[in-house]
Design a protein around this ligand. Structure first.
Ligand SMILES: Nc1ncnc2c1ncn2[C@@H]1O[C@H](COP(=O)(O)OP(=O)(O)O)[C@@H](O)[C@H]1O
Ligand SMILES: N[C@@H](CC(=O)OP(=O)(O)O)C(=O)O
Length: 474
C-alpha cells in the first residue's frame, strides 16, 4: 500500500484535481493506495487573512469568504457536469457535495462572525478557521472520485490524528494516533481509497489543531507509518527536491537520492518542497519518501531514505530561510564568565521562540542567536527582563536586534572531512560583494549556515550554485 500526498498546487482547481485523480487511478490499478490532500493553493493564506481581518474589525473578511466559495463552486460546476449520456451520477454526487460544502461554508461564516464580534482570534480559533481549506477540498475530491466510479471515502484526520494543545503546531501523540488510524482503516478495508485531510488534527477533547504550515506532508508520513505503507509519495509541482529553489536558480537540477539527514537539513533550512517533520515517522519505519511531479508524473523524482549515498560532490543542496532577525548579546563581562549563555537560552526558552541558529565567537565577547523576524520582539523583551541585572552592572553592554536578514545553508554529507568547502563558499560570496554577518557549522559537518541581508538573497543563491554546481568542481 502507498500513501500519495497532493499539495495545494496539485489540487488548486478542477483541472488539477482531474489530473491528480488520473494519477491516483493509475496507481490504484497496481496496488492499494490512500491519498492525503491539502487545501487548494492559496486557500490557507486566505483563511488566515479572514481571521486577521475579522479580528481587526474589518468587515472585508466576508468578501474573502465569498471568493473562497466561488472557487469551490467553480470546481463543483466543472467536476460534476452531467456527461450528456444519461448517467445521473454527476448530478447525484453534486447534490451531496453541495450540501456538505454549504454546511462547511455556514460554519466558517459563523466562526468568522464570532471572531469579528469579539475582536479576538486566539491560536486555537485560528487553527479551526485554517482547517476549512482541507476539509472542503477533500470532501469535494472524495465525491468527485465516487462520481466517476472510483470508490473513495472522505477521512477527516481530526478524528484520528491526536495532538497536544500547541495550537498552530500540534505535537502528535503517536501511540493514540497510530492506534486510531489502524483501527479506522481496518473498519474501512473494503471501502476503496481513503481521501484524507492533510494538515489538520485535534486534541483529546476534539478541539481542532493543525500541524504547522505545509503540514500535509507530515500528515502523509503519519498515515504512511501507521499503516505500514511501502512508500510515501509527496506529489507537487517540481520534478523532485532540487539543488536550490528553482524560482531563484532556474539551473538547479533534481537530486535523485537524499539521505534522511540531508533531507531534514534541506527542509529545516527552508526548502519548502518538504515539511521538516515529514521524515520523522519514516525514519523509525524505514519507509522511503518520494517527491514527484503531478505535472510530469513519469519522471522518477527524488527518493529520500536511509543514509545519504556515497557522493563525489561536496554539497548536495542550498536552502534559505527568509525574514529572520539576529539578536546579538554583547558584553566584555561575558569573557570567561559562567552562566550567561544558560541565562540567555533560558530567557529564549521562556519566550517560546524557535532558535534557528546560534553562533559565538571564541573571544566569548558576544553570543548571536538567529530567529524568525516576527518572534524577535518577544525574544528581546524576555532577554531584557532576564538579563536586567547583567545589563545594569555592565557585565553586558547591549542587546542588539538586527532585522531584514536571511539564513542561507549549504547542505551535504560529502562536506564531511573535506577541506576547502567554506573557502570556496565565502570566496563566491565575496566576489559578489555580499557581506556575511554570522556563520555556524554543525559538528556533523553536513551544513554550513550563514546570515546575510535579505536583499542579497538572489545573488547569494545564484553565486553559490554557480561556484559548486555549474563550475564542475563541486
Ligand atoms: N530545493 C527545492 N526543491 C524543490 N522545490 C523547491 C525547493 N526550494 C523551494 N522550492 C519550491 O517549493 C515548491 C513546492 O512546495 P509547495 O508550494 O509547498 O508545494 P505543494 O503545494 O505541492 O505543497 C516548488 O514549486 C518550488 O518552487
Ligand atoms: N494547506 C496548508 C497545509 C499544506 O501542507 O499545504 P501545501 O501542501 O499546499 O503546502 C498550508 O498551506 O500550510
Amino acid at each position: 500500500m502507498k500513501i500519495m500526498k497532493f499539495g495545494g498546487t496539485s489540487v488548486k482547481d478542477a483541472g488539477r484535481i482531474r489530473g491528480m485523480v488520473d494519477i491516483v487511478a493509475q496507481a490504484a490499478d497496481r496496488y492499494p493506495v490512500h491519498i492525503v490532500c491539502s487545501a487548494m493553493k492559496g486557500i490557507t493564506d486566505d483563511l488566515i487573512r479572514i481571521a486577521r481581518m475579522a479580528e481587526d474589525g474589518d468587515g472585508g473578511y466576508k468578501q474573502i469568504i465569498e471568493e473562497i466559495w466561488t472557487r469551490q463552486l467553480d470546481a463543483v460546476d466543472d467536476l460534476f457536469e452531467p456527461d450528456g449520456l444519461g448517467d445521473d451520477a454527476p448530478r447525484r454526487y453534486r447534490e451531496g457535495v453541495m450540501s456538505q460544502l454549504q454546511g462547511l461554508l455556514k460554519e466558517l461564516r459563523e466562526i468568522s462572525h464570532g471572531v469579528f464580534l469579539v475582536r479576538e482570534c486566539s491560536p486555537r480559533s485560528l487553527d479551526l478557521v485554517m482547517s476549512f481549506g482541507e476539509r472542503m477540498n477533500n470532501s469535494l475530491i472524495a465525491a468527485y472520485m465516487n462520481s466517476i466510479g472510483i470508490p473513495a471515502f472522505f477521512v477527516d484526520a481530526r478524528q484520528l490524528v491526536k495532538t497536544d494543545t500547541s495550537y498552530g503546531r500540534g505535537e502528535v501523540n503517536f501511540a493514540k494516533t497510530n492506534d486510531n488510524i489502524r483501527r479506522f482503516f481496518n473498519q474501512h478495508e473494503d471501502d476503496g481509497i481513503g481521501v484524507i485531510t492533510g494538515f489538520v488534527a485535534s486534541t483529546d477533547k476534539g478541539i481542532t489543531t493543525t500541524l504547522g504550515r505545509n503540514g500535509s506532508d507530515y500528515s502523509a508520513s503519519i498515515f504512511g507509518a501507521a499503516l505500514g505503507a511501502s512508500d510515501i509519495e509527496i506529489w507537487t509541482d517540481v520534478d523532485g527536491v532540487l539543488e536550490a529553489d528553482p524560482r531563484v536558480v532556474p539551473e538547479a537540477a533534481v537530486i535523485d537520492d537524499l539521505g534522511i539527514d540531508e533531507a531534514m537539513e534541506m527542509s529545516y533550512f527552508g526548502a519548502e518542497v518538504l515539511h521538516p517533520y515529514t521524515m520523522l515517522p519514516a525514519v523509525e519505519t524505514g519507509i522511503p519518501i518520494w517527491i514527484k511531479n503531478t505535472m510530469n508524473p513519469s519522471v522518477r523524482g527524488t527518493r529520500i531514505g536511509g543514509d545519504a549515498p556515497q557522493r563525489e560532490a561536496s554539497i548536495t543542496g542550498i536552502a534559505s530561510i527568509p525574514r529572520v532577525a539576529m539578536i546579538n548579546v554583547v558584553g566584555g563581562g561575558m569573557v570567561g564568565a559562567r552562566g550567561i549563555a544558560s541565562k540567555i537560552f533560558l530567557a529564549l526558552a521562556r519566550s517560546e521562540v524557535n532558535i534557528i541558529m546560534i553562533s559565538q565567537a571564541s573571544s566569548e565577547h558576544s553570543i548571536c542567536v538567529v530567529l524568525r523576524e516576527d518572534e524577535a520582539e518577544t525574544a528581546e523583551t524576555c532577554l531584557r527582563q532576564d538579563l536586567a541585572h547583567e545589563l545594569r552592572i555592565r557585565q553586558l553592554q547591549t542587546i542588539q536586534v538586527i532585522r531584514g536578514l536571511e539564513v542561507v545553508s549549504i547542505i551535504g554529507s560529502g562536506m564531511r572531512g573535506r577541506p576547502g568547502v567554506s573557502g570556496r563558499l565565502f570566496q563566491s560570496l565575496g566576489r559578489k560583494g555580499i557581506n556575511v554577518q554570522a556563520i555556524a557549522q554543525g559538528s556533523s559537518e553536513m551544513n554550513i549556515s550563514f546570515v546575510i541581508s535579505s536583499k542579497d538573497h538572489n545573488p547569494a543563491l545564484q553565486s553559490i550554485h554557480q561556484a559548486f554546481f555549474q563550475s564542475g568542481i563541486n
